[in-house]
Design a protein around this ligand. Structure first.
Ligand SMILES: NC(=O)c1ccc[n+]([C@@H]2O[C@H](COP(=O)([O-])OP(=O)(O)OC[C@H]3O[C@@H](n4cnc5c(N)ncnc54)[C@H](O)[C@@H]3O)[C@@H](O)[C@H]2O)c1
Length: 182
């Protein structure tokens, strides 16, 4: 598999990259190394991955469609899209970061996927935050998720709905994962 992995320098992305490389896949990593938390931690993760012959890295903001477009030529067969502005509290401080990475970025990734005729699967990160303050436990994938209690959750839910529409195009099988606290 040739996997386009966004958020490759992030917590989950780094571990997924390691697992994919260990089983022999090729990983095309993307991350903008933003300073939402300590950049040296992200760089240290990358330093582990960069020596691997099957790993390449592109420092790109996923919301920048012109910079993302050339990656289609690398011919990924799978997309694992994790790059996002995470965090509930920070959405009160910098709401526009969520719109840029989670809404515009999601759109760029889905549009990029349409340019990949060989694409077999598009997997993206959603969040358990879409369940809002629901008192019903355990949560189930069929529960109503239309009362988000943060902008972060609202953008994650929006990302799911956007992917749903693209999943109806014949070439884009899509799976969204509602991660809990990883
Ligand atoms: N860790 C959790 O418990 C958890 C829970 C629910 C959902 N998630 C989701 O899983 C995904 C990965 O989470 P994580 O914990 O690894 O977060 P993380 O913040 O460690 O990793 C995200 C990475 O994406 C990068 N990034 C952010 N915006 C970008 C942009 N516009 N362009 C390019 N790169 C960008 C960041 O630099 C970072 O390295 C996210 O989508 C997050 O919302 C995580």
């Amino acid at each position: 598999m040739r996997v386009l992995l966004t958020g490759a320098a992030g917590f989950i992305g780094f571990h997924i990259a390691q697992a994919l490389l260990a089983r022999g896949d090729e990983v095309i990593g993307v991350d903008n190394l933003n300073d939402y938390y300590d950049v040296s931690l992200k760089q240290a993760r990358l330093n582990h991955l960069l020596p691997h012959k099957n790993f390449s890295f592109h420092k790109i903001n996923i919301a920048d469609k012109e910079s993302m477009r050339p990656l289609a030529k690398l011919g990924p067969t799978h997309v694992v899209h994790l790059a996002a502005q995470a965090g509930v509290r920070y959405s009160l401080v910098n709401p526009y970061a969520y719109i840029e990475s989670n809404i515009t970025g999601q759109t760029v990734m889905l549009e990029l996927a349409r340019q990949l005729p060989q694409l077999e699967h598009f997997v993206f990160a959603s969040s358990s935050s879409v369940y809002g303050n629901s008192a019903k436990v355990p949560f189930a994938v069929g529960d109503a998720v239309d009362h988000p209690v943060s902008l972060y959750a609202a953008t994650k839910r929006a990302g799911e709905l956007m992917a749903w529409t693209y999943a109806h195009l014949p070439t884009i099988p899509c799976t969204g994962l509602r991660y809990f606290t990883v």
